[in-house]
Design a protein around this ligand. Structure first.
Ligand code: ADP
Length: 513
């Protein structure tokens, strides 16, 4: 092929390539800037620039601004390559309908990737926030447990000594002194109830309360509740009536929690009913569900307050109500506990001074035959220790003296007191006592560790250990049992509580022997 012919073919190929490239660039520009989403499409712009560059390059060859292929070695081969490029450009031009789709989907992929990266970052941030919230929740419950422990410890001496004084163990009191002592005990009891309510609300909100439902007699529980509120009701001459039908089937409920629900509702009914009123506990069934109602003839609740009384700390403001104590947590606890049982609760009132009616539902037990009878409560305290030695491990001087007094003056035992765990282990191994009363939060060696070490030695393996602690959470009780304790008394306790638990622990040991 002559060099002239090669030059002509070269120029012709560049005319085709240049024309096709400029057309492609124009169509890409249209597709890029007329997109529906009108967002920046980098891929479209890159293609645009590339094809403009190819077009400009082809133009320089057409205008012979650079030497043609004719004068170069392998000129024929170069021309063949130019024609291949031209053909490729024409083929690409024929696909012009797809430019828009291609650019759009490339833009969508890139947007998706950007969004995905942003979502990933958000998810990461949420994980961190969750972690932080979990940590805060743990801190809150640790804080509550610590506050509750610190409040219960001094309450132990107040409640315990009040009961001791009222039992007149160390000499008789005048009627006035007895009355004042009762007031101290009532106030201490209110403080204890408040701490318990705060802990309960916190545990219920965190979903940490587990029920132990079993077939339970509502009528029996209603009787116990009436006994609990009887002093308050008597003081106001309010009649509290158990109208639960004797043939009501057993409910599938946690008896302790059912009692707590009813104590709150009946306690409120007595509190908000003026002297001479009536409070009724009634019940019935509708299919698989039972309903329980607590009605009173008291001050009633205004209609617009009926929804808000369930909020934590909420109390309906009125001069009469403000005269009554209370934390505003009772109904929050009632609602959570009923819901935990799978029931619903509601409040009704016809208005001021027309009384109130609180109703809740609970499931009826399928198998009513397996009710576990309630432990009879020992009314009289016996001198169960009969001169036997009791090791008291307690670091708080007031509580040491209280426990010594209960052991020696009421239960007829002989007390040895140790104020730290190390000495307690030494003392118990040296002279194994009949029973150990063990505080858990001790300096240096903890109560749990003391229990473990006593269980390991053959000399003290069989000695009953009763944990006596102001720690009230289930996990601490379980840890105490796991470490080897046989029973648990929560502070504050009454001498009656202590007598019952000690008799139980000694009785079990006697039975095992
Ligand atoms: P507390 O009794 O400690 O104030 P609760 O959560 O038990 O807290 O009750 C919240 C409020 O609902 C009470 O302060 C009272 O205003 C109102 N309330 C509850 N029960 C009754 C009732 N039987 N009669 C009238 N008002 C009631």
């Amino acid at each position: 092929m002559s060099p002239e012919l090669v030059d002509v073919l070269d120029r012709l190929a560049n005319v085709v390539l240049g024309t096709a490239s400029f057309l492609i660039a124009t169509l890409i520009a249209i597709a890029t800037f007329r997109r529906a989403t009108r967002t920046f499409a980098p891929l479209g712009v890159v293609f645009l620039v590339v094809f403009v560059a190819i077009g400009v390059r082809a133009l320089t060859r057409v205008l012979a601004l650079e030497p043609g292929a004719g004068g170069q070695p392998f000129g024929g081969l170069l021309v063949a390559v130019e024609w291949l490029q031209a053909a490729a450009a024409v083929a690409f031009l024929s696909l012009h309908r797809r430019y828009g789709v291609f650019i759009e989907s490339a833009a969508m992929v890139s947007e998706y990737e950007t969004e995905y990266a942003a979502k990933e970052r958000e998810a990461q941030a949420l994980v961190q926030v969750n972690e932080e919230l979990r940590r805060l929740d743990e801190l809150k419950s640790e804080f509550l447990a610590m506050v509750s422990h610190e409040l219960r410890t001094p309450l132990t001496a107040i409640v315990g000594y009040s009961r001791l004084l009222m039992r007149q163990v160390h000499g008789s009191l005048t009627a006035k002194q007895l009355e004042q002592q009762e007031a101290i005990l009532r106030s201490a009891q209110r403080l204890t109830d408040l701490i318990n309510d705060l802990l309960d609300v916190s545990r219920l909100e965190a979903g940490r309360v587990e029920l132990q439902p079993r077939p339970t007699s509502l009528r029996q529980i209603a009787d116990q509740v009436i006994a609990v509120v009887s002093a308050a009701a008597h003081g106001k001459q309010i009649r509290v009536q158990n109208d639960v039908p004797a043939d009501l089937p057993h409910l599938n409920a946690d008896p302790t929690r059912l009692q707590q629900i009813l104590v709150n509702l009946v306690g409120n009914a007595v509190k908000f009913t003026p002297s001479g009123g009536l409070v009724r506990i009634a019940a019935g069934t509708t299919g698989e569900q039972a309903w329980v109602a607590v009605e009173d003839t008291g001050v009633g609740i205004p209609g617009d307050e009926l929804a808000r009384i369930w909020d934590p700390f909420y109390q309906v403001e009125s001069p009469l109500r403000r005269r009554h104590g209370g934390s505003g947590l009772g109904l929050t606890i009632v609602r959570r506990l009923v819901e935990l049982h799978g029931g619903v609760v509601r409040a009704e009132s016809q208005g001021a001074n027309k009384g109130s009616r609180f109703t809740f539902t609970l499931p009826v037990a399928r198998d009513a035959g397996t009710e576990v009878p309630e432990q009879p409560v020992a009314a009289r305290i016996e001198r169960v220790l009969a001169g036997r030695n009791v090791l008291i491990v307690e670091d708080e001087p007031d509580n040491q003296a209280l426990m010594r007094s209960v052991i020696e003056d009421i239960l007829g035992g002989k007390a040895t007191v140790c104020e730290d765990g190390e000495r307690a282990i030494h003392e118990a191994l040296e002279q194994p006592p009949a029973i150990v009363l063990l505080d858990l939060m001790l300096p240096r060696v903890s109560g749990w560790e003391v229990a473990r070490r006593l269980r390991q030695s053959p000399r003290t393996r069989e000695v009953p250990i009763v944990a006596v602690s102001a720690l009230a959470r289930a996990q601490e009780r379980e840890a105490a049992v796991h470490a080897g304790c046989d029973a648990y008394i929560a502070k504050p306790f009454t001498p009656e509580d202590m007598a019952r638990v000690i008799s139980g622990a000694l009785g079990r040991q006697g039975a095992a022997a």
